[in-house]
Design a protein around this ligand. Structure first.
Ligand code: BGC
Length: 787
């Protein structure tokens, strides 16, 4: 059996496990991202225990960043002067092995077996290796790794070695390494981070009997970080354990001689902590305390806690898909990665890549509010609430930014780690003001999903008031009395600085309306924010008069004023290698033609369906399908939802598969830089909102289930205002089950239902017959549906 392969998808298809049965050296970046473990606070890429070979070594702490200059060839007023980059912190995953003097390195000797598996129910990454050193010593290795979902500061590794044929002297070196050497990146892709060399300045290093602690500060941003490790060693009687530390290295060395059949097991406990304010002793003690708690819990205890956390999560969150095993697995992987990104982020940002890689510099975008939070609000509501509390915590920065731009209220950054605007390209950055309405809408949807009125008053109100003020000052009533928002960029980054982007205006309208409604609900809290009746009336006026462009002759909504008059992109003469267009053609040309990077008007239809008649939705969908090239991974899931709603069920299925498989199959070729968290979250929405037809607001929840021809059954669960619900759809019927919580009402294809102890079953309507739609030449999703 050869244990290294060079091509093809690295993973098997299994319901609950992502397994790489044979090492794929050429897919190292992808497997490191897919096998990344995170709890939202700590992120460990799926690097090999011994550290090499690797694509990108990655150990991340949420919001631990370094500042770097943002140079401009031609600067301008209001351009951010410095950027923020996620950094590779002290690597505590490293466990090196020497077998009779020979370092264990897969690139030498003979690799008889190499298997890695991520168990989505256990939350553990395991690795099994059989290796023969160049000198002929055979060893078997079994390691397990977890990042604790219950103990936020903790990760742990169980590392076991067995010698096979002949006795051997083993040396295990378990390390903490700061300022690891990173591979150079210069592939000309602006979406890849700027790697920073040696970002950590040593402050303190200590070693104990079987462990060490390193404290560092980031060079420019001045954040203090501590990493600590401790070990338990189980082996034959004669084992020697020593530890040492230097500025950038902590090392515990375990030496023993094993006879065939004997095993050495080292359990490594790792603790991480960081702070912008706490003193060195405080941060040091914080990680030592976390480590003491982890050791007290023990490896088995951590494993059991992890399992029970995930049992609880999956009891609601599991999605079952019958008829497509690959999609079944992908839907669970997607849900798992969304959970990992947010679970314990606790009032810190959730990045576009979670903590799985350094793509996009580790920044947070609107991806969080528009894609992730709808999922978390229904599956892990505390995590969603915390993400919005983070937005609330950066309000002072957003207000400062608005002031700098000459605007009222708050202007949240397009991309950031800590809260300051980090986008150096303003047409696809600051001008994308819609992020402010996206945040407001995440508040609205969170309150609808949870019924949490305390949150609405304490967190929501402030976010709503300051974003409403922004819209009021950004837009104006024109001579005809319409409220216009000019010179902004919508979600589609191939069209910039436009007037009345329909998505932006529709989301701003909701923002203004909801702000007035919530301010009226909590008048005293609103008054403390300086809101008076006149201001609320001005928000309602603006919302009522909001201009939504419509092209009468085509019968479609232009994405923005005049968009449908632009020249169409010459898709027929654009060869496949030109995509993504942003890397191969000038923005100038993209901006003035009809070509769409990602769902924009179509996303507006997903988020504001009540505004569009069924006929408008169908016409708009057909129109935009023909010009959308999906150069952003945010697009497919949205197209899946609206395809399902307009009766294109098989197309919706193709798009769902694209969203779900983007990382397992590395469809965009850049999974190595990190998981596409928005696409993972969009997978859930494509199932639940798309095929489940779920829509909700604070007054109720409704479903309009449909199934594509390839699937025989879908089942999904969600939390709804203190209840746990499960919906199961087959070709003939839909079943609604209240798993826990008080009786409730819902709608099934507009029919009102009462749900209590017994499940309610309703027949499915026959599928609609619709005219097919077309995508730009060469840009149709891979056809997965039969026929
Ligand atoms: C998309 C943005 C998105 C960003 C991060 C870009 O390619 O156009 O909408 O926020 O990626 O995922």
């Amino acid at each position: 059996m050869t244990a290294a392969a060079d091509s093809g998808r690295p993973f098997t298809v299994e319901p609950w496990i992502v397994r790489e049965p044979v090492l794929h050296l050429d897919a190292m970046g992808q497997t490191e991202s897919v096998f990344a473990l995170s709890n939202g606070h700590i992120g460990l890429r799926g690097n090999l225990d011994e550290g090499e070979p690797h694509a990108i070594p990655g150990t991340y702490l949420n919001s631990l960043y370094e500042r770097r200059p943002l140079p401009y060839a031609e600067g301008g007023y209001g351009y951010p002067e410095s950027g923020q980059t996620i950094i590779n912190v002290t690597n505590g995953k490293l466990i090196r092995l020497l077998v009779d003097d020979e370092p264990f390195d897969l690139r030498y000797g003979e690799l008889r077996r190499h298997e890695r598996a991520l168990d989505l129910q256990a939350g553990i990454l395991t690795r099994d290796v059989e290796w023969v050193s160049p000198a002929g010593r055979a060893v078997r290795l079994h390691s397990e790794r977890l990042v604790s979902l219950t103990q936020r500061a903790i990760a742990a590794i169980s590392y076991e070695v067995e010698v096979l044929d002949e006795p051997a002297l083993l040396v295990v070196q378990s390390e903490l390494v700061a300022n690891e050497q990173l591979p150079a990146v210069d592939d000309g892709d602006p979406r890849v981070e700027a790697a920073l060399a040696e970002p950590l300045v040593a402050e303190q290093h200590r070693s104990g009997e079987a462990g060490a602690t390193l404290v560092h500060q980031t060079r420019v941003s001045g954040l203090r970080l501590a990493a600590a490790m401790d070990h338990e060693v189980h082996g034959p009687e004669r084992v020697k354990v020593t530890s040492e530390a230097t500025e950038d290295i902590g090392r515990t060395t375990v030496i023993t001689r094993l006879k065939p059949g004997e095993k050495l097991r080292v359990v490594k406990y790792l603790a991480y902590g960081w702070s912008a304010r706490r003193s060195l002793p405080a941060v040091h003690d914080q990680v030592r305390a976390a480590l003491a708690a982890a050791r007290f819990t023990g490896w088995d205890g951590l494993v059991a806690e992890q399992r029970s956390f995930l049992d609880d999560f999956w009891a609601t969150a599991d999605i079952e898909i019958d008829g497509d095993a690959e999609l079944q697995q992908a839907a669970r992987v997607a849900t798992f990665h969304v959970l990992q990104a947010g679970a314990r982020a606790e009032r810190r940002a959730i990045g576009a890549k979670g903590l799985t890689g350094n793509g996009y510099d580790g920044h947070t975008f609107w991806d969080t509010e528009t894609f992730c939070l709808p999922v978390l609000s229904h599956l892990a509501p505390d995590a969603a609430a915390d993400a919005l509390r983070w937005r609330q915590s950066i309000l002072p920065l957003a207000m400062e930014r608005a002031q700098q731009l000459g605007l009222a209220g708050a202007a949240f950054p397009w991309r950031t780690i800590r809260g300051q605007e980090c986008s150096g390209y303003w047409p696809a950055g600051t001008a994308a003001f819609h992020i402010n309405a996206d945040i407001a809408d995440a508040v609205r949807r969170h309150v609808a999903a949870t019924g949490d009125t305390a949150f609405e008053c304490e967190v929501g109100l402030e976010l709503l008031v300051h974003t409403a003020r922004l819209w009021r000052s950004l837009g104006h009533h024109d001579s005809a009395g319409e409220f216009r928002i000019d010179g902004v960029t919508g979600p589609d980054e191939y069209t910039a600085i436009v007037d009345n982007n329909a998505y932006t205006n529709l989301m701003a309208q909701l923002n203004l309306r909801y702000a007035a409604e919530v301010a009226a609900r909590y008048p005293r809290a609103a008054a403390r924010l300086g809101v008076n009746a006149e201001e609320m009336a001005s928000w309602r006026d603006a919302a009522r008069a909001m201009r939504i462009p419509y092209d009468e002759s085509l019968g479609v909504h232009p994405q923005a004023e005049g968009f449908t008059d632009h020249q169409r992109w010459d898709f027929e003469n654009t060869p496949p290698e030109k995509y993504p267009l942003l890397l191969n053609v000038p923005y100038f040309d993209l901006y003035r033609k009809q070509v769409i990077k990602q769902a924009d008007l179509v996303l507006a239809m997903q988020l504001r369906p009540e505004v569009f008649s069924p006929e408008q939705m169908a016409r708009n969908f057909a129109y935009y399908e023909a010009i959308t090239v999906r150069d952003s991974s945010l697009s497919a899931a949205t197209q899946a939802v609206v395809a399902a709603w307009t009766g294109h069920l098989d197309l919706a299925y193709d798009y769902l598969a694209e969203a779900a498989l983007i990382d397992l199959n590395d469809l965009a070729g850049n999974t190595g830089n990190g998981i596409h968290i928005a696409s993972m979250a969009g997978t859930w929405s494509a199932v639940v909102s798309g095929f489940g037809g779920m829509r909700s607001d604070r007054d109720g929840i409704s479903f309009a289930p449909q199934l594509p021809s390839a699937l025989s059954r879908i089942s999904f669960g969600l939390k709804w205002q203190g209840r746990q619900l499960r919906v199961t759809i087959t070709k003939d019927e839909a079943e609604y089950r209240l798993v826990s919580g008080p009786p409730m009402r819902l709608r099934h294809h507009d029919e009102p239902l009462a749900l209590a102890d017994d499940p309610v079953i309703r027949p499915m309507p026959p599928p609609a017959v619709v005219e097919p739609v077309e995508q730009p030449y060469g840009r149709a999703p891979r056809q997965r549906h039969p026929g």
